[in-house]
Design a protein around this ligand. Structure first.
Ligand code: NAD
Length: 268
């Protein structure tokens, strides 16, 4: 156990994960924050999945609790953050991990439906705003706080589907707005833009559609300049740990690319 986040209380939205063979970004981040001494409130709409993350943390000697919330519902987010503050008397870290593309029916502009557009907006943008809206009063009162949202390199690349690209770009803009408006309160707000990661969310969908796992992995690996390998949930988690820690105390409003060199090699 480390102590880079000793005594801090962290809320990780989407801290469970899609079932699969590897670790997801949200679960890995919950585990890494706890390993550095934070008490982690693992929030997910799937309580069993959140509890699995908590079990992993506790097995490693960390401190965590699972809570069930749909982050696209404002009142649920508000009540959860109020309950966490009531119990722990602080709220140091809010981590927004949830996000979706194909699973909410994302498509190109000509075939995307209004309901899928709205669903993409809710899961990729509104959820993070709800968390910020209801965390900021506690963070302002205590005079510090760190918010990190998981965006995607899709926001700066020629990503083919309209919803995900548009919403993740909006999330980057929201990060800058929140950072600028809350710097005077000592609150830092940053985003991470993962590239191709070997996580269940990315791989299992394609395997379920009948593609061979080895082919899916090899095809994605081939596109990464750094050692010809996708990143993992741990790479996103380590970037999140840095941004949430006091080592990043002069960093706010950044959109940190974590992609093994993919965007600089293939252009934006
Ligand atoms: N894996 C990649 O290649 C990749 C690349 C770029 C960005 N990302 C981003 O990473 C994030 C997810 O990564 P992951 O590996 O942790 O995914 P994951 O699917 O394993 O975990 C996401 C968790 O969020 C939960 N969730 C979904 N909607 C929710 C809601 N409305 N309320 C509460 N919980 C909800 C799910 O139940 C799941 O447990 C997303 O923001 C995604 O856009 C992933």
């Amino acid at each position: 156990m480390g102590n880079r986040l000793a005594n801090k209380v962290a809320v990780v939205f989407g801290g469970g994960q899609t079932p699969g063979l590897t670790v997801g970004n949200g679960r890995a981040t919950s585990v890494v924050l706890a390993r550095e001494g934070a008490h982690v409130v693992v929030v997910d709409r799937d309580l069993n999945s959140a509890q699995e993350t908590v079990d992993m943390i506790k097995a490693a000697g960390g401190s965590a609790q699972a809570m069930q919330v749909d982050q696209t519902h404002e009142t649920e987010v508000q009540s959860l953050l109020a309950a966490v503050h009531r119990e722990h008397h602080r709220l140091d870290i809010v981590h927004n991990n949830i996000g979706a593309s194909l699973s909410v029916g994302d498509a190109t502009a000509d075939v995307l439906t209004e309901s899928s557009f709205d669903a993409s907006f809710a899961v990729n943008v509104k959820s993070a705003w709800f968390a910020a809206k209801h965390a900021l009063p506690f963070m302002r009162e205590q005079g510090h706080g760190s918010i990190v949202s998981i965006s995607s390199v899709a926001s700066i690349q020629a990503y083919p589907l309209l919803g995900y690209k548009t919403m993740k770009a909006a999330l980057n803009a929201m990060t800058e707005n929140l950072a600028a408006a809350n710097a005077k309160y000592g609150i830092r707000v940053n985003a991470i833009l993962p590239g191709l990661m070997n996580t269940p969310m990315a791989i299992e969908n394609r395997v379920a559609k009948g593609h061979k796992r080895e082919d899916v992995v090899a095809d994605r690996d081939r596109r990464i300049p750094l050692k010809g390998k996708q990143g993992t949930g741990w790479d996103v988690a380590n970037a999140a740990l840095f941004l949430h820690s006091d080592e990043a105390s002069f960093i706010t409003g950044v959109t940190l690319v974590v992609d093994g060199g993919e965007t600089i090699a293939h252009g934006h």
